[in-house]
Design a protein around this ligand. Structure first.
Ligand code: NAI
Length: 478
C-alpha cells in the first residue's frame, strides 16, 4: 500500500515507459477512445465496482482507463501468469499520480507469477475496501470460477479435501477457498448476490459459462463478448496472425520459411495461425476433429493429417484447440531434434507438461525465461515455449492495439448493458445485439481510410433491411 493505494506490481518506476506505450496505443484504439468521448458526460458505469481478470497488457491498460473514465471503480489482475507487461501494470497503478504517490487503479499482476501468487492476486479482486465487486470482466473465467466455487463450498459449509486426481492448480484453488471460508464463511455468497453480471472475453471462458447455464448453476447474467463478430472473427483470427509469429520470433528467432508447421485446430485461432505461418513461407499441416473445419483447411490449401502421420517431420507445433491432451508426452518423445512446441489455446493442458516432466531421464534447461529445452535421454531435445501456456502473450506482447480495440469496445458496451439494465437479463448467456456489433466495426473504419457505401432507400427495401442496419440476419456467419 502506497499513499492509500493497494497494489502488487513488479516495479512502479516502469510507469513512465508504460505511459509512453499507452499514449501510442490510445491512438491505435479508436473504438475505445470514441466510446470514452461518447459516455464521458453521462458516466454510465458510475457505481460499478468491476473486478477485472484479463492479461495486464498495454491494450488492457487502455481498457481499464476507459472503464474508469466512464465512472467505474476497478481492480485488476492478469488471467495468465506470464502475460503481464510490467510497464503497463505500473502505468495503470501510477495513473495521474507519481511513483511516490500513485493515484491510479489497484493492479495485482506481474510477469512470471507462481500459481500460488496468481490465485492470491485473483482473491485481491474481491475486496473493494471491505465490499465486494458488483461486476466481473473475465478472460477464461477464473474470477467467475472462484465466485461459483466459493458459493458452492460456503453452501456446503466446507471445502472438499484435495485428492490425488486434482491437478496442482486445482489444489491451490481449494486451499485458497479453504482459507477464505475460515476467514469469512459467507464472503462469496454475499458477493454473488451483488454481482449484476459478467462479460467474458474468450472461447474457453464462454464454454465454461454455457456449461454452468445449462446445468442451472449460473449465479448472474453473462454476456459472451467472444462471439461478437467484431471479436472472434477479428481478435482470434487477425490477432493471432500477428502475435503467433511475434512470439515464435522473440522466443527462438528461428527461420520459419521452408519449415514444416503443424497447427492443431482450425477454428478462428487456428485459421489465423495457419495463415501467418504460411505467410512466412512455412509449409502448414492442420489437424482437426470437425469435418467442416477440416474441409475448410483443405480448401484453403492446407494438408490435413493426424499428428501421428507427421510427428517426426514437423519443425514447429502450435496448438489452438481449447481442448486437452492435444500433444502428449509420447508425442514429445517422438519429435525431431529441436522441434518447437507452443500453445495459443487458453489453458496449459493442450500440451501434457506434467507428463513431460515425468519422462524418465528428461532434463529441463532454461534457454531464457519462457523458453525451455527439454533434453531426452536418447539425445533429442524439444523447445517448449511459455511452459505450455499462451505463448503469444508469454513470449511476446499479445495482439496489437487496433484489433484489441474491437474486442475491448465490445467489453465496454457489454459492461454498460449489464450494469445499466439490472433485471433485464436472466441468469443466462447473451451475445450483444447485431447493431452494437456493427457499431464497433464502424468505429474502426475511419482510421483505415475505409469509405463505406450507403444503401439507397430503394436498395434497402429490396434487401429488406434498414438503411442504418443491421444488415445481416442473426443466422449469417460472416
Ligand atoms: P474454435 O472453437 O473456433 O476452434 C477450436 C478448433 O479446435 C475447433 O475447430 C475444434 O474442432 C478443434 N479441435 C478441438 N479438439 C481438437 C483436437 N483434439 N484435435 C484437433 N482439433 C481439435 O475456438 P477459437 O476461438 O479458435 O479458440 C481456440 C482457443 O484459443 C480457445 O481456448 C480460446 O480461448 C483461445 N484464444 C486464444 C487467444 C490468444 O491470444 N492466444 C485469442 C483468442 C482465443
Amino acid at each position: 500500500v502506497v499513499g492509500g493505494l493497494e497494489f502488487a506490481v513488479a516495479d512502479l518506476t516502469l510507469a513512465e515507459a508504460g505511459r509512453h506505450q499507452l499514449r501510442l496505443a490510445e491512438y491505435e484504439m479508436p473504438g475505445l477512445m470514441s466510446i470514452r468521448e461518447e459516455f464521458r458526460e453521462s458516466q454510465p458505469l458510475k457505481g460499478a465496482r468491476i473486478a477485472g481478470s484479463l492479461h495486464m497488457t498495454v491494450q488492457t491498460a487502455v481498457l481499464i482507463e476507459t472503464l474508469v473514465a466512464l465512472g467505474a471503480q476497478v481492480r485488476w489482475v492478469s488471467c495468465n501468469i506470464f502475460s503481464t507487461q510490467d510497464e503497463a501494470a505500473a502505468a495503470v497503478v501510477v495513473g495521474s499520480g507519481t511513483v511516490e504517490a500513485p493515484a491510479g487503479v489497484p493492479v495485482f499482476a506481474w510477469k512470471g507469477e507462481t500459481l500460488d501468487e496468481y490465485w492470491w492476486a485473483t482473491m485481491r479482486l474481491f475486496d473493494f475496501d471491505g465490499v465486494g465487486p458488483n461486476m466481473i470482466l473475465d478472460d477464461g473465467g477464473d474470477a467467475t470460477l472462484l465466485v461459483h466455487k466459493g458459493v458452492e463450498f460456503e453452501g456446503a459449509g466446507a471445502v472438499p479435501q484435495t485428492t490425488e486426481a486434482d491437478s496442482h492448480e486445482y489444489s491451490i484453488i481449494l486451499e485458497t477457498l479453504r482459507a477464505s471460508l475460515a476467514d469469512d464463511p459467507q464472503r462469496f455468497t454475499r458477493i454473488a448476490a451483488e454481482i449484476r453480471g459478467v462479460t467474458e472475453e474468450t472461447t474457453t471462458g464462454v464454454a465454461r459459462l454455457y456449461k454452468l447455464a445449462k446445468e442451472g448453476g449460473l449465479l448472474f447474467p453473462a454476456i459472451n463478448v467472444n462471439d461478437s463478430v467484431t471479436k472472434s472473427k477479428f481478435d482470434n483470427k487477425y490477432g493471432i496472425r500477428h502475435s503467433l509469429v511475434d512470439g515464435l520470433n522473440r522466443a527462438t528467432d528461428v527461420m520459419l520459411g521452408g519449415k514444416l508447421a503443424l497447427v492443431c485446430g482450425y477454428g478462428d485461432v487456428g485459421k489465423g495461425a495457419a495463415e501467418t505461418l504460411r505467410g512466412q513461407g512455412a509449409r502448414v499441416v492442420v489437424t482437426e476433429i470437425d469435418p467442416i473445419c477440416a474441409l475448410q483447411a483443405a480448401m484453403d490449401g492446407m494438408q490435413v493429417a493426424r499428428i501421428e502421420d507427421v510427428l517426426g517431420e514437423v519443425d514447429i507445433f502450435v496448438t489452438t484447440t481449447g481442448g486437452t491432451d492435444i500433444i502428449t508426452a509420447e508425442h514429445l518423445a517422438g519429435m525431431k531434434h529441436n522441434a518447437i512446441v507452443g500453445n495459443v489455446g487458453h489453458f496449459d493442458d493442450e500440451i501434457d507438461m506434467a507428463g513431460l516432466a515425468k519422462v524418465p531421464g528428461v532434463k529441463k534447461i532454461e534457454i531464457k525465461p519462457q523458453v525451455h529445452e527439454w533434453a531426452f535421454p536418447d539425445g533429442h531435445s524439444v523447445i517448449v515455449l511459455s511452459e505450455g501456456r499462451l505463448m503469444n502473450l508469454g513470449n511476446a506482447t499479445g495482439h496489437p492495439s487496433f484489433v484489441m480495440s474491437n474486442s475491448f469496445s465490445n467489453q465496454v458496451i457489454a459492461q454498460i448493458e449489464l450494469w445499466t439494465k439490472p433485471g433485464e437479463y436472466e441468469k443466462q448467456v447473451y451475445v450483444l445485439p447485431k447493431h452494437l456489433d456493427e457499431k464497433v466495426a464502424r468505429l474502426h473504419l475511419d482510421a483505415l481510410g475505409v469509405k463505406l457505401t450507403t444503401l439507397s432507400k430503394k436498395q434497402a427495401e429490396y434487401l429488406g433491411v434498414d438503411v442504418e442496419g443491421p444488415y445481416k440476419p442473426e443466422h449469417y456467419r460472416y
